[in-house]
Design a protein around this ligand. Structure first.
Ligand code: GCV
Length: 713
C-alpha cells in the first residue's frame, strides 16, 4: 500500500517537472542540465553581495535569488561585504564602484542603463553589476540572469547597455468588462471587479516579465475608451496595480475618453478651449496623481472610428492634445496622442494621418508624443512605413506596433513579428537625407527630442500561457528587446527567446529559429502577397474575404484596397492615382513610383498592375500571385515538418500544442490561398498554373463561410 502511494507521488512529481503550461514565459529558471557549466557557474557565483535600499533593489535581489536558486540550485546569503563577493551588485557612485568604473563611464549609463564588468579584486575574478539608478540595477540583474539562462560565458564580462528608447510600453485594448478588443488569449488579465482588494499573483508576474525585457509602461485600458476608468471607484483599482508595478519600474497610463467631462463630469461640453473643460481635466489630473504619484499619463484616440475628439468642437488635434498636456504637465505626465485617424471623405485612407497631422507639426506641447502605427493603414501583414515618420521634424513621434495578431492569423498562427518590426525600423525615410531611418525618428536622435517611445498593442490575456499561442510570447519578448535596443537583429532575439523558453539544445535553437524567421514571410504570402492588403473578412478580420463590399464605408471593405478588375489589380497611389506617394521624401517616392523597379513586396500597395505584367521572375503577375500564395502554404508545411523533428526535444505539452496549432495554420493557409485565388481568378480569367495545387471548392463555397462568433471582435 505504502509503495503504491510513493509510486503515485513520484509519478505526480515527475508529471509536474515535465508539465510546461507556458505560464513562466521566458523566466523559467530550471536547473542547468550541463554539469560542467553548472559547476563553473556555481564556482563563479559562490558569494554574492547585493547592496540594498529600495523596493526596486529588493525585487531585483529577489529575482536574482529566484534565478540562482532555480538555475544553479544555489541559495546564497548576502556576503558580509563587497570585498568578499564574486558577484557585486551596487549602485554608482560609491567608493567601491568608483574603483572599477570611471565617472565618465557612469555618466554614459544615464538613467536606466547598466554595466556588467568582470574585474580582479584581491586577486580573484569578480563581477560587478552597476547603474546610476535602481531601475538600471534591476535591468542589469535581468540581463545577467539571461546570460545564465542562455548558457553564456560569464568569465570576462564587459557589457554596457543604455535603452535606445525612453518609453517602452504595452497598450492593452482591455475593456472594463474584461473583454479584450482584438484579444485572442482569453479575458483581460485585469480583474476590475475584484480589484483593488484581490491582487492576483499574475500582476506581479506580469511586472517581472515586463521588467525582464525593459518594458517600463503599461496602458491598462482600451483606446476605445470608457470614461469610468477616471472615476474614484476605478482609480482605487488602478492605484492597486500601480503599487504592484512600481518596484519593477513600470508606470501606469490610462486612455482618456475625450468626452469624459460630459460623461462623468456633468459638463455640457468637452470643447478643449473652454475654461471649464480645461479646469476639469486639470482637477482630474491632480486627483489621479493623488492616487498614483508616478502616473505616466494619457493615451488618446480622438475623432477616429467614432471616438469623440476636439474636432467635434471644430478644434484641431493639437488643441485637444495640448489641453491634456497642460493638465498633466505639473506632474511630469505625458500625452500619447494617436495619429490613427481616417474619415470617409478622403480619396485614400493611406493619406489621412499625414493630411491631418503634418500641418500641425510644431504645434504640440513638449509633453506630447504622436503615436503612429507602423504602416499607413492598419497593422497589415506587410505595410510600407507610414509617411508620417518622415514628415514631422518638430514633433516627437512614437511607434505603435501590434503584437496581438488581429490581421496575422489571430491566436492560432505562428508568426514571429520581429522581422516585420525590423523592416519598418530599418526603412529609410530620407527626412534628413540618406540614413534617416524610422528607428532614428522614433528614438529621437534624428531631430534631437528629449522624449521617445515605442508601444505595442498587447497580445496578453488570462489564458494560462498568457498569449494562447506559445510562440505569441516571442512577440511580447521582441517588443521589449527592440524598444530597449532597436539594433538587435530579429534572429538574435529569436535565439535568446528560444533558449530561455524552450531549450539551449542547439537543435532546438536552430530549428525554432528557422521556423520563426520564415513565419512572417509565410503569412504575407498566404494572406496578402505582392503588396495586397486589408482583404480579410469584415468586422472580426478572421479569414479571407477579398470580395467583401457590404460595409457602409468604402474604406472598411476589402474591394476598396485591392481594386481588382479585368485589367489588373492593386491600388494606384502614384501621380496617376491617389498620389499618396507624394507624402514620402523624393528618394522614397523614387523607390516605389516606377512599376518596373518598385520592390515587388510592395507592388500592389502602389500600383494597379496588369495581369499580364512581367514580374522579375519572368512570370506574369497572375502566375506570380499564384506562386506566392502556394509559397506561403509550402512555408507553413515546412514549419510543420521542422517542428515535428523536435519531438522529444521540447516538452510534450507545448510540443503537442504547437503541433495542433500548426495544423490549423496549414488548413487556414490553404483556405486563404484558395479563397483569394478563386476570387481574383474571376478577374484575371486565367488558370492557376501547373504544377500548383487547385482549390477544392467553388468560390461560392468560400463566400458562404460565416464566423459570427470569431473571437476578438
Ligand atoms: C481599438 C483597428 C481595429 C480596431 C482598433 C483600431 C485602433 O481598426 O480593428 O479594433 O480599435 O484599429 O487602432 O484604434
Amino acid at each position: 500500500m505504502k509503495k503504491t502511494v510513493v509510486f503515485i507521488i513520484i509519478l505526480f512529481l515527475f508529471g509536474q517537472v515535465n508539465a510546461e503550461n507556458g505560464y513562466r514565459l521566458w523566466l523559467r529558471y530550471d536547473l542547468i542540465g550541463n554539469q560542467s557549466l553548472l559547476q563553473q557557474y556555481r564556482r563563479q557565483l559562490a558569494a554574492v553581495y547585493f547592496s540594498q535600499g529600495s523596493p526596486t533593489l529588493s525585487v531585483a535581489e529577489k529575482e536574482l535569488r529566484k534565478g540562482l536558486q532555480g538555475l544553479l540550485g544555489i541559495s546564497y546569503k548576502n556576503s558580509s561585504g563587497a570585498d568578499n563577493a564574486c558577484l557585486v551588485i551596487m549602485k554608482s557612485p560609491n567608493n567601491f564602484v568608483n574603483q572599477i568604473i570611471s565617472p565618465a563611464e557612469a555618466f554614459q549609463l544615464k538613467e536606466e542603463g547598466f554595466m556588467i564588468r568582470t574585474f580582479r579584486n584581491k586577486g580573484k575574478s569578480t563581477i560587478l553589476i552597476t547603474a546610476n539608478d535602481d531601475k538600471g540595477i534591476l535591468y542589469g540583474v535581468y540581463c545577467f540572469l539571461r546570460l545564465l539562462q542562455t548558457h553564456q560565458s560569464i568569465q570576462a564580462l564587459e557589457i554596457k547597455e543604455v535603452p535606445s528608447i525612453q518609453l517602452r510600453i504595452l497598450d492593452h485594448w482591455d475593456n472594463l468588462n474584461r473583454f479584450v478588443e482584438r484579444g485572442y488569449a482569453g479575458l483581460s488579465i485585469w480583474n476590475w471587479h475584484e480589484l483593488p482588494d484581490y491582487r492576483d499573483k499574475r500582476y506581479t508576474d506580469y511586472a517581472r516579465v515586463n521588467a525582464s525585457v525593459g518594458i517600463n509602461g503599461t496602458v491598462l485600458t482600451n483606446v476605445n475608451a470608457n470614461a469610468n476608468i477616471l472615476t474614484p471607484q476605478y482609480l482605487e483599482k488602478v492605484k492597486a496595480l500601480a503599487d504592484i508595478f512600481r518596484p519593477y519600474g513600470i508606470k501606469v497610463y490610462l486612455t482618456a475618453r475625450f468626452s469624459a467631462p460630459i460623461e462623468i463630469g456633468g459638463l455640457r461640453t468637452a470643447d478643449p478651449l473652454q475654461e471649464a473643460v480645461r479646469n476639469w481635466w486639470k482637477k482630474k489630473a491632480d486627483e489621479i496623481y493623488g492616487y498614483i504619484p508616478d502616473f505616466g499619463g494619457f493615451l488618446v484616440k480622438a475623432n477616429s472610428e467614432g471616438q469623440p475628439g476636439p474636432q467635434d468642437y471644430a478644434r484641431t488635434q493639437a488643441d485637444g492634445a495640448n489641453m491634456l498636456a497642460d493638465a498633466l504637465q505639473p506632474h511630469q505626465g505625458i500625452v500619447m496622442w494617436r495619429a490613427f485617424v481616417y474619415s470617409p471623405d478622403s480619396d485614400d485612407r493611406f493619406k489621412q494621418a499625414y493630411e491631418e497631422f503634418h500641418p500641425l507639426d510644431g504645434q504640440f506641447k513638449k509633453n506630447v508624443l504622436i503615436q503612429v502605427k507602423n504602416g499607413p493603414i492598419d497593422f497589415q501583414p506587410r505595410e510600407p512605413f507610414s509617411p508620417m515618420f518622415g514628415a514631422m521634424p518638430k514633433t516627437p513621434l512614437m511607434m505603435e506596433f501590434q503584437l496581438t495578431q488581429e490581421y496575422l492569423g489571430q491566436g492560432t498562427h505562428l508568426v514571429f513579428e520581429a522581422p516585420m518590426f525590423k523592416e519598418c525600423l530599418e526603412a529609410d525615410t530620407y527626412e534628413k537625407g540618406k540614413g534617416s531611418t524610422v528607428a532614428k525618428v522614433i528614438d529621437g536622435s534624428l531631430n534631437n527630442f528629449e522624449i521617445s517611445g515605442m508601444a505595442a498593442v498587447a497580445n496578453i490575456g488570462n489564458e494560462i500561457n498568457w498569449t494562447n499561442h506559445p510562440f505569441g510570447q516571442a512577440n511580447w519578448y521582441a517588443l521589449g528587446r527592440l524598444a530597449w535596443d532597436h539594433e538587435l537583429s530579429a534572429s538574435q532575439i529569436a535565439r535568446e527567446w528560444i533558449r530561455q523558453t524552450f531549450s539551449n539544445d542547439p537543435a532546438v535553437v536552430e530549428k525554432c529559429t528557422r521556423i520563426m524567421m520564415m513565419s512572417h514571410e509565410a503569412v504575407v504570402n498566404y494572406m496578402t502577397p505582392l503588396g495586397l492588403h486589408h482583404i480579410m473578412n469584415n468586422g472580426h478580420h478572421y479569414g479571407p474575404a477579398p470580395w467583401a463590399h457590404s460595409l457602409p464605408r468604402p474604406d472598411w471593405n476589402p474591394v476598396y484596397y485591392h481594386r481588382a478588375d479585368t485589367m489588373g489589380i492593386g491600388f494606384d497611389r502614384t501621380k496617376t492615382g491617389s498620389n499618396a506617394l507624394s507624402q514620402y521624401a523624393p528618394a522614397v517616392q523614387k523607390q516605389f513610383e516606377d512599376i518596373h523597379t518598385c520592390n515587388e513586396k510592395y507592388l500592389l500597395w502602389f500600383h494597379h498592375v496588369s495581369w499580364q505584367h512581367t514580374m522579375h521572375s519572368g512570370r506574369t503577375l497572375w502566375d506570380e500571385l499564384c506562386f506566392k500564395y502556394q509559397e506561403g502554404v509550402d512555408s507553413v508545411r515546412s514549419m510543420q515538418k521542422i517542428w515535428k523533428e523536435l519531438k522529444g526535444k521540447v516538452d510534450r505539452e507545448r510540443f503537442n500544442q504547437v503541433n495542433m496549432l500548426l495544423a490549423i495554420q496549414e488548413k487556414e493557409a490553404v483556405w486563404w490561398r484558395d479563397a483569394c485565388l478563386s476570387y481574383f481568378q474571376t478577374f484575371s480569367r486565367q488558370p492557376i498554373p501547373e504544377p500548383l495545387e487547385k482549390p477544392k471548392h467553388t468560390l461560392a463555397y468560400y463566400q458562404s463561410l460565416s464566423f459570427p462568433y470569431a473571437p476578438g471582435n
